[in-house]
Design a protein around this ligand. Structure first.
Ligand code: NAD
Ligand code: UFG
Length: 337
C-alpha cells in the first residue's frame, strides 16, 4: 500500500486514476484547484469504490501548501496530472500554460524535494512529438511540439530528466497519453467539459443527446484513408491502469523513463463517428467544415515499450469507448452540475 498524492485528481483522467488506485488498495490524497473540474467527481470516486480519499482544494503553485499536505499525509509517490490542456487556448494565453504546466510542475518538484518523496508519474502527451517523421510514434521520435501547450509539456519533461541526471535518487515516469475517451463502467464518472467541448468524443456525445445541432468535421481533405484525421483513441480506464503499472515500475527503476500510452490503432474522425452511431444505435448529424488550425493528418502510438516494460495491455475496444461515453452522457447530461 502506498500513500499517493494525485495532483489534478478531480479532473477527467485524474478521477479515473483515483478509482484505479483505491481499488488497488492505495491511500489517495488529491490536490486540485478545481479550475476545470468539480469536487463532485471526488464524491463519485468514493461512491463507486466504497473507499474514502483525502481532498484539498489547492493550487499546485502553492509550494508551502503542498509541503504541508504531503507531510501530513506521508506521501511516498506523486501522480501529477494537474495542468491546463486546451491547445487553442494555449496559443491565446501562453503564459497561463507555462505558469500552470511548467511553474506548477516546478513547485511540485520543490515540494517533493523538501518532503523526501522521490517517485513521480507525470501526465505527458503525444503532442510533444509534433509533425511525424514516421509512424507509429516511438518514444525515440524527435520532439517538436507545435503549440505552447505542447512546449509546456516538453519543458516539464526536460526538468524531470535534468532532475534525474542530478541525482540517482529520483524515479520518474512520463506517460505520453494519446487520445483518452470513454467513462467508468458505473456511468458515475466521465468527461465533463466546460462550455463547448474542444475534443471530438464529448462533442459527438452532446450532439447525439440533442444538446448540440450537429458535429462539424474539421476537414475531409487530409492525406488519410477517408480524408479525415486519424488518432489513437484509448479507453480512460486502460489509461488509468497504466498508472498502476507505472507505479510498480517506478519502485525499482531509477531515472527518467518515457512511455507512450496508446492502443497502436489509428481511427479516423468518420470511423469514430460511425462506431458511435452503430454501437449506441443513435444518429449524429454532421457536416464537413474547414480544417482546424494546427491539426496533424494522422498519428498513433507504438505502445511496445509500455507493453514490454510496464506490462501494460489496453483491454477495451472502440465499442467500449463509445458505449461508456454514451451511458455517462445519458446518465449525466449536465456532467457533475
Ligand atoms: P482536466 O482538465 O479534466 O484535469 C486537470 C485537472 O487539473 C483539473 O481538475 C484542474 O482543475 C486541475 N488543475 C489545473 N491547473 C491546476 C493547478 N495549477 N493547481 C491545481 N490543480 C490544477 O484534464 P484531463 O483530461 O484529466 O488531463 C489530465 C492531464 O493529462 C493534464 O496534465 C493533461 O495535459 C494531460 N493530457 C490529457 C489529454 C487529454 O486528451 N485529455 C491528452 C494528453 C495529456
Ligand atoms: N474534431 C472534429 N470536430 C470537433 C472536434 C474535433 O472534427 O468538433 C477532429 C479534430 O480536427 C481532430 C480529431 O477530431 O482531427 C481529434 O480531435 P481532438 O480535439 O479530440 O484531439 P486532438 O488529437 O486534437 O488532441 C487531443 C488533446 C490534446 C492531446 C492530444 C494527444 O486535446 O491535449 O489529444 O494525442 F495532446
Amino acid at each position: 500500500m502506498l500513500n499517493v498524492l494525485v495532483t489534478g485528481g478531480a479532473g477527467y483522467i485524474g478521477s479515473h486514476v483515483c478509482v484505479a488506485l483505491l481499488e488497488a488498495g492505495h491511500q489517495v490524497t488529491v490536490v486540485d484547484n478545481l479550475c476545470n473540474s468539480s469536487a463532485r467527481s471526488m464524491d463519485a470516486v468514493q461512491s463507486v469504490t466504497g473507499r474514502t480519499l483525502n481532498f484539498t482544494q489547492m493550487d499546485i503553485r502553492d509550494t508551502t501548501g503542498l509541503v504541508s499536505v504531503m507531510q501530513a499525509r506521508s506521501v511516498d509517490v506523486v501522480i501529477h496530472l494537474a495542468g491546463l490542456k486546451a491547445v487553442g487556448e494555449s496559443v491565446q494565453s501562453p503564459l497561463a500554460y507555462y505558469s500552470n504546466n511548467v511553474g506548477g510542475t516546478l513547485s511540485l518538484l520543490h515540494a517533493m524535494e523538501a518532503t523526501g518523496a522521490r517517485r513521480l508519474i507525470f501526465s505527458s502527451s503525444a503532442t510533444v512529438y509534433g509533425v511525424p517523421d514516421f509512424l507509429p510514434y516511438t518514444e525515440t521520435h524527435p520532439t517538436r511540439p507545435s503549440s505552447p501547450y505542447g512546449h509546456s509539456k516538453l519543458h516539464a519533461e526536460r526538468m524531470l530528466r535534468d532532475l534525474c541526471h542530478s541525482s540517482g535518487d529520483w524515479s520518474i515516469v512520463a506517460l505520453r497519453y494519446f487520445n483518452p475517451v470513454g467513462a467508468h463502467a458505473s456511468a458515475e464518472l466521465g468527461e465533463d467539459p466546460r462550455g463547448t467541448p474542444n475534443n471530438l468524443m464529448p462533442f459527438i456525445a452532446q450532439v447525439a443527446a440533442g444538446l448540440r445541432d450537429r458535429l462539424t468535421i474539421f476537414g475531409d481533405d487530409y492525406a488519410t484513408r477517408d480524408g479525415t484525421c486519424v488518432r489513437d483513441y484509448l479507453h480512460v480506464m486502460d489509461l488509468a491502469s497504466g498508472h498502476l503499472e507505472a507505479l510498480s515500475y517506478s519502485a525499482t527503476a531509477a531515472g527518467f523513463h518515457a512511455f507512450n500510452l496508446g492502443t497502436g490503432q489509428g481511427t479516423s474522425v468518420r470511423e469514430l463517428l460511425a462506431a458511435f452511431e452503430a454501437t449506441n444505435r443513435v444518429r449524429v448529424p454532421h457536416e464537413i467544415g474547414p480544417r482546424r488550425a494546427g491539426d496533424i493528418d494522422a498519428f498513433w502510438a507504438d505502445p511496445a515499450r509500455a507493453v514490454i516494460h510496464l506490462g501494460w495491455k489496453p483491454r477495451h475496444d472502440l465499442a467500449d469507448m463509445c458505449e461508456s461515453t454514451w451511458r455517462w452522457q445519458l446518465a449525466h447530461p449536465r456532467g457533475f452540475q
